[in-house]
Write a protein that binds this ligand. Sequence first.
Ligand SMILES: Nc1ncnc2c1ncn2[C@@H]1O[C@H](COP(=O)(O)OP(=O)(O)OP(=O)(O)O)[C@@H](O)[C@H]1O
Ligand SMILES: Nc1ncnc2c1ncn2[C@@H]1O[C@H](COP(=O)(O)OP(=O)(O)OP(=O)(O)O)[C@@H](O)[C@H]1O
Ligand SMILES: [Mg+2]
Ligand SMILES: [Mg+2]
Lengths: 259, 259
Amino acid sequence: GPKIIAVANQKGGVGKTTTAINLAAGLVEIGKRVLVVDLDPQGNASTGLGIEPDDREYTTYDLLVDEVDLHDVIRQTAIDGLCIVPATVDLSSADIELISNEKRSFLLHDALRQTAMDAYHWDYVLIDCPPSLNLLTVNAMIAAHSVLIPLQSEFFALEGLSQLMLTIREVRQTANPTLRIEGVVLTMFDARNNLSQQVEQDARDNLGDIVFRTKIPRNVRVSEAPSFAQPVLSYDAASKGAEAYRQLAAELDDNNTKA
Amino acid sequence: GPKIIAVANQKGGVGKTTTAINLAAGLVEIGKRVLVVDLDPQGNASTGLGIEPDDREYTTYDLLVDEVDLHDVIRQTAIDGLCIVPATVDLSSADIELISNEKRSFLLHDALRQTAMDAYHWDYVLIDCPPSLNLLTVNAMIAAHSVLIPLQSEFFALEGLSQLMLTIREVRQTANPTLRIEGVVLTMFDARNNLSQQVEQDARDNLGDIVFRTKIPRNVRVSEAPSFAQPVLSYDAASKGAEAYRQLAAELDDNNTKA
Ligand SMILES: Nc1ncnc2c1ncn2[C@@H]1O[C@H](COP(=O)(O)OP(=O)(O)OP(=O)(O)O)[C@@H](O)[C@H]1O
Ligand SMILES: Nc1ncnc2c1ncn2[C@@H]1O[C@H](COP(=O)(O)OP(=O)(O)OP(=O)(O)O)[C@@H](O)[C@H]1O
Ligand SMILES: [Mg+2]
Ligand SMILES: [Mg+2]
């Protein structure tokens, strides 16, 4: 089956959605088949990949709770080989609604491993998580083989990392023994800025090899791309942001091929 | 009693904590007494105002659920006239733990209106909300007189605004009839950048006067300040970021004095 990666960090605005979209596009460019699962009620990954807000009849919420036909909930994007399960605000009631469902933490795990998924031959499934450590993010960490952690090159972002690591360890000990860390990727990195350099230094000193060699620079083309419903790799293929995400896709795929 | 303002936006990383800290500092500079309530399990506002993570015996969680002595839970910061109720990760279990408590949505409302609060003579209470529309943010919107909405000058940030407005309207209709919008403040604004200008145009076209005249520019000194446990107003008093937050404090206080 596919390699399932949760893109997670409870700190808000660190580049989870941007990384899920553009890493997916980078993997497709090197011939992989990729499914993005939008697990954030904000639905930013869905918008960034061109699924209009009023065109989301079937969503991740349905994938979790209903008997839904995969053909209805898996949507083709404008990019061949890249599909998405879109999200709407319906997801935000999952925490409360699923409280009495004993299997509530394993819903995504089971949904992604149903036999009907085999026909799609995904190489990778990337799960875009919301900015919290709630039931949705726990579902992602139980469904996934690993967690990819975008780390914004800022002080507050560094502060939340230890809590995130604790949560990953807890999920590994209680529900998903093979869960590992895919890597930590520095995002919105500005080489001219002391703070960015300091965060990089701290991250590499404390985390060592799990920090990707690839750093994603702050690049305005990256933040413009979603308003054109495209990854930056198609919006501005020669931009520094697009190059960096191609490099990240190659580094990640190498790590998974060598393994 | 004090004017209670919830600083909220479910989009992550838009500048909620940065605005709560620096607006509070700006209000104190013009002679106001301000209490910041850290309602985010990340505890960034607590760190940004100098309460070390291992020095948070009593927290917002205690304020919500326990009979706690206000003197234990209200902490003095390094700035005279500025206090904070700190937060830890304990808060993140509030959603689940309080599910059976019928008054769960009014806990903060009641806590801030207990008679023991009168002795502090706050002019303003600013509540820093987590990046979600969960029970904690609903508590803030029911406790508050108004909602201050930091709007990052980015595409994804604009997308979430309509959902936030819907939630505010829902809270007004079901639990807090006098809840209004204090204003929308553009954050991390970069005048050289088309996207920033476009977001400003869109916001002013759609929202009119509720958008503050003051814009907060992207300014690296603002993001450095929290690592020194200071508002940018003390970390670098002459910086563009400090100036902008002083302006915001004056504009907000004018709006509340005129009213
Ligand atoms: N490398 C970059 N250069 C410039 N802007 C970026 C970069 N990466 C992300 N951004 C912008 O920063 C903002 C935050 O990124 P994004 O929304 O992907 O973060 P997130 O972690 O998914 O946020 P949330 O916590 O709300 O889900 C977005 O407006 C995005 O366009
Ligand atoms: N005007 C600014 N200029 C430069 N950096 C800023 C500015 N405002 C905020 N930042 C930085 O951007 C990041 C996000 O800001 P902040 O943490 O305040 O957002 P938030 O909305 O509270 O995030 P969360 O959703 O995680 O609670 C922080 O690292 C902060 O230091
Ligand atoms: Mg996101
Ligand atoms: Mg915050």
